[in-house]
Design a binder for this molecule. Structure first.
Ligand SMILES: [Zn+2]
Length: 177
């Protein structure tokens, strides 16, 4: 029975993630979204953020480049984040290993001139954890260290049967489970 509940919850959460991607209103600089689902040994993490955040580790203002170049540059910067551990740290003893990492970049605000040329970045990761019972703490401190522009992360998810919903900031960047 618990499998059915988890499957339902996952469907609901994926639905919410996709709904947000469609909604240009969710593209708010400084606000990131994380979705976490643990089912058995499998931990899925989706991390969505405004792609402009990738360029803000440096110093210079955005230049008005040709659109294609900008998207290309953003996608290079996004793919430079090779591991989800650049964003979140997990307890060592949970023994989680990444088995799949995908990156995607979506243009937002096609019908909204204010957001024209903006992009959302998405990193989706699947991990296999040998001791998922040791996943008692998840820290997004690496994300706050990496992205100077980051103010808040809205975290949603399901850990086995328990629903998760919390907003993290640099002063409160970890999640006790
Ligand atoms: Zn933007």
């Amino acid at each position: 029975m618990s499998h059915i509940t988890t499957a339902l919850a996952i469907t609901m959460i994926s639905g919410a993630v996709f709904a947000e991607q469609r909604n240009a209103g969710s593209h708010v600089h400084g606000l990131n979204h994380a979705t976490i689902v643990l089912e058995g040994n499998r931990l899925q993490i989706a991390y969505e953020f405004p792609a402009e955040q990738l360029g803000e580790q440096g110093h210079e203002e955005h230049k008005h480049e040709e659109h294609g170049d900008k998207a290309h540059e953003l996608s290079d910067k996004l793919e430079a984040i090779e591991s989800v551990f650049a964003i979140v740290s997990l307890p060592e003893n949970a023994q989680c290993k990444e088995t799949e990492v995908t990156h995607s970049l979506t243009q937002v605000g096609v019908s909204d001139t204010k957001l024209e040329g903006h992009h959302d970045a998405l990193i989706q990761v699947i991990l296999e954890c040998r001791a998922p019972e040791n996943l008692t703490n998840l820290s997004f401190e690496p994300a706050f260290e990496r992205f100077v522009d980051l103010e808040k992360i809205e975290v949603e998810g399901v850990m086995e049967t328990e629903a998760l919903s919390i907003t993290l900031t640099s002063l409160s960047s970890s999640l006790e489970l």
